[in-house]
Design a protein around this ligand. Sequence first.
Ligand code: FAD
Ligand code: SIN
Length: 519
Amino acid sequence: MYSTDILVLGSGIAGLTFAIKSAIHFPEKKITLITKADESESNTKYAQGGIAVVHNEINDSFEKHITDTLKAGDGLCNTEVVEMVVKEGPQRLNEIISWGVEFDKDKEGKFYLGKEGGHSENRILHFKDITGLQIEEKLLSIMRKLPNITVLNHHFALDLITEHHLKINTNKPTCFGAYVLNKRNNKVETFLSKITLVATGGMGQIYRTTTNPLIATGDGIAMAYRAKAEIKNMEFIQFHPTAFYDLKDNPAFLITEAIRGAGAYLRDKNGERFMLKYDQRGELASRDIVAIAIDSELKKTGADCVFLDCTHLDKKLIEKQFPTIYNQCKAKGIDLLKDYIPVVPAAHYLCGGIVSDKHAHTTISHLFVCGECAYTGLHGANRLASNSLLEALVYAHHAFLHTQKIIENIHFNFSVPEWDAEGKIEPEEKVLIKYHLNELKNIMNDYVGIVRSNERLKKASDKIYAMHLEVEKIYKTTIISQPLCELRNMIAVCTIVIKHSMQRKENKGGFYNINLVSQ
Ligand code: FAD
Ligand code: SIN
């Protein structure tokens, strides 16, 4: 049994920011951060475009950022939350700058503000095209200097501990920590904690084509669902319009929207621009509109991909702002100053998740959530580009503030049972997990993709349910492993995505079912 004051699950921007703030404020308390891979591995590390924050008050304003966010969210955002996040953005940004996080500046020392789809002004602060890597590395380096944080990498959280494990019935569960698989010795360890934060990120890996790294398997949401936390808006999966088209890649390499912000065009297989047929903002319409437009062009023409044309852009700008993308394309035989880049939409971001109030508190006592696995009400039916790093910073701060209020009043005087592994045997065939995983990704891509229908959703529901029955049998009888638990979690989150998709009665933002009307 391992005891800690604060348990953080996940080492992306959300988990790290919360852990750092808590460790600085409570030097006498023990903070434990567990993460399932190397600590830098996260969606955060791959963020390209940057952070949307109002910075240039001459052209920009909170009102404009709020309006853009609400417009992208297509009527489903919580306006109070949007106002709160946008207005607190500059403070949170200045805080990470004071910690040493850097953003590109122009010759006069002013931040170089980029533009992305759905933004009416240039307001994206970035560090070249590797904003996320820079943030992740800086936060990790700060965390490593704080003596009261223990980081346990290659530790995989399996389940949240609640009254259910103590065999107590309750309608209002409390979280007491988590069961965690220590991948170094393959033992399940019990982590008791006064406060637990779920910051396990998204779940793009449920799709065949995704920009998300392999860690994005929806574990935190599946754990919270099993613990009976409220989960909302899971039908709203955001597809990024422009991932490099190469069927061999997992994850698919993202070509940042900022490059369209700098003037790149989308072209069909005949070299014609097509976005203006769909939206007067053209290539800079919000992401849901551009992804649906590309999907429609691909279906009409039967082509495998569309193309991003950067050939008219300034060479110096590309070299300065997009060096990673330039080099990655080059490695794939595309010189983006001369050739068109083949691109397709790819699953990119989850707008729904574990319900969080304004304090980042879930519907389970002492359980907080922030980052991509949270549903706060900021994004509504479609996230405005570069609003997620911002949301993670603001909500990590709120989780920290509320932790301060409640932690001193939390005391445990009971024991929690160890993980029960009795009677479990080594699985005979591990290949089954791989087989089911491939099938799951194909089902989600083919039946629960950008454009859905009642018939496709029903088919997906039946197939995923059949898979659920088979995988539960394996889970109940064999010794657990990370791949098996990830598959089980992915089945759980797919089930929720399909269920919420079937319940939705009108098309909104990133959700499009051909059998429903659009408003
Ligand atoms: P993550 O950064 O994904 O971190 C999750 C952590 O949880 C990881 O450390 C993971 O290993 C750990 N974890 C997961 N499951 C378990 C488990 N069972 N046990 C233990 N640990 C676990 N957003 C923007 O605002 N601007 C951008 O420019 C931008 N660009 C993007 C580009 C790409 C290619 C991608 C994929 C996303 C981009 N996003 C961007 C989205 C943004 O990066 C993410 O939403 C954000 O980083 C999520 O942060 P997080 O802390 O919630 O989760
Ligand atoms: C991008 O750089 O295009 C991704 C930005 C985001 O997902 O917010």
